[in-house]
Ligand binder design. Structure first.
Ligand SMILES: [Zn+2]
Ligand SMILES: [Zn+2]
Length: 250
């Protein structure tokens, strides 16, 4: 074979066939990052509070927490419940170096985000909730930063949308090393993250705030208030998953 005649395009297409056009979970042949069958097994967040997307038993109701105190953000996108395959994948990224699962998750979220803004009115800027420096050092990377980068790449592939910009330096910073959320009780979690974020950088009028999961909502609420204080007029929340309340889990 004359290797000089083999174009990069051909090499890329062979590589794609062999390694890329496969489901990230079961490795079955698939044009998408997850095959049809794996997508069907995802825990969709179909029944939820219409404001904060907390999983509920009935669809489109206003949960008790939102009735008592409406969240500061404008809207929330959370397509999955934090359970089943989604929980396994996110845990694997956080604790078992499963970085290759970031792409299928951000691809899925990207599709939901695109569908949610089908009438336009896209945010101007994407900001992510950062991990603390010591935890980034422990893991070797900040998973929300990686996810936000891949999410923007996914959105940029769509020619018909005005993709929000991802600032080079994320203007939302974490100031102190709060204890890892999963080690705390609900009561402690509600108390713990207050005032541990601050803004250092320019904030657009319409911001999308990205995090991988939302549990009590206290971190997102605190960050939203910081963004509003710093000049944002509207904050939309973009999440991969929302944690169901204890009685909803199973
Ligand atoms: Zn599959
Ligand atoms: Zn709610």
């Amino acid at each position: 074979m004359d290797w000089k005649k083999l174009s990069t395009r051909k090499i890329r297409s062979v590589y794609k066939c062999l390694f890329l056009n496969r489901c990230y979970l079961c490795h079955a042949s698939s044009p998408h990052t997850l095959c049809h069958y794996c997508q069907k097994g995802l825990p969709n967040n179909n029944r939820h509070c219409c404001q904060c997307k907390r999983p509920t038993h009935s669809p489109n109701i206003l949960c008790g927490q939102c009735q008592t105190s409406a969240p500061a953000y404008h809207t929330c996108i959370a397509p999955y419940r934090f359970e089943g395959i989604i929980k396994t994948l996110i845990h694997s990224i956080k604790f078992n170096q499963g970085n290759h699962y970031i792409r299928p998750l951000t691809d899925l979220l990207g599709e939901h985000v695109i569908a949610s803004y089908n009438t336009g009115n896209w945010p101007d800027q994407i900001i992510y909730v950062p991990s603390h420096a010591s935890r980034i050092k422990e893991r070797g990377f900040c998973q929300t930063q990686k996810m936000a980068h891949l999410l923007v790449k996914k959105l940029q592939q769509q020619a018909n949308i005005q993709c929000p910009t991802l600032p080079k330096n994320n203007p939302l910073k974490k100031s102190k090393n709060t204890q890892a959320q999963h080690t705390l009780s609900r009561k402690e979690r509600l108390r713990n993250p207050q005032n541990s974020y601050y803004i250092d950088g320019a904030i657009a009028k319409h911001v999308a705030l990205f995090d991988d999961i939302m549990t009590t909502g206290s971190t997102i609420e605190s960050c939203t208030k910081q963004l509003l204080d710093a000049g944002a007029e509207r904050v939309d929340i973009w999440l991969i998953a929302r944690t169901p309340d204890k009685e909803q889990q199973g």
